[in-house]
Design a protein around this ligand. Sequence first.
Ligand code: HEM
Length: 219
Amino acid sequence: MAAKVMSWLDERLGLTTIYNTVLDRKVPKVNWLFTLGSATAILFLLQAVTGTFLSVYYVPSPDHAYDSIQYIMTGVAYGWLIRGIHHWGATLMVITIFLHMLRTFYMAAYKYPREITWVTGVVLLLTTLGMGFTGYLLPWNQRSYWATTVGTEIPGTVPFIGPFITRLLRGGSDLSAVTLTRFFSLHIWFLPAMIILLIGVHLYLVIRIGISYAPQQDD
Ligand code: HEM
């Protein structure tokens, strides 16, 4: 019965072709370092799931943000666990993305024909760091408030356009409710949407071009 259903679906959706192209493709002799990209992807999924749960109780307003986090930690069933996983997942994702970049750099995987894979990777790295920066403000405690004050001051030192960037990030001259709403929106809508799109292109290229061979020593 199950086989019949599968073959009915396969005929219409091309499941075998998708399976063969995505999961059963030929890869060269690889090692554990080649799993860092997938580890990053899995951590991103974990962040998406735990972040979605956090958004059920988190309130992005200066009056309620701090208290809503306290409530997640003490009042919500397993809230502390979900927040802890989101916190450590973010740290781990930054570590794995860096290691993945180092792996592709040292194995020269950025060369022809994988230049666009590399460029989408660079933007993914910047977007991931942006997720960390915008997420840091959300608890609205002393540490996150002052860290963001300093963090938004740094681009202000860029000649000519610096002060404009600082104002754009803060939504005014100082940190306020506007900054919190702006960072929240970036953190849950703009940046994740960019990451999903970029991972799509990145993985399409990995599948289309195939994994590179690890460089061999000349005899
Ligand atoms: C969210 C971030 C990222 C995800 C989910 C991701 C995912 C992946 C996956 C699953 C692969 C397949 C092979 C492997 O794991 O090594 C891959 C390959 C690759 N990635 Fe990423 N990646 C990300 C970020 C980056 C960054 C930051 C760079 C570099 C700046 C980069 C450059 C590359 C290159 C050049 C390849 C081709 C490797 C080869 O053919 O050997 N990626 N990526």
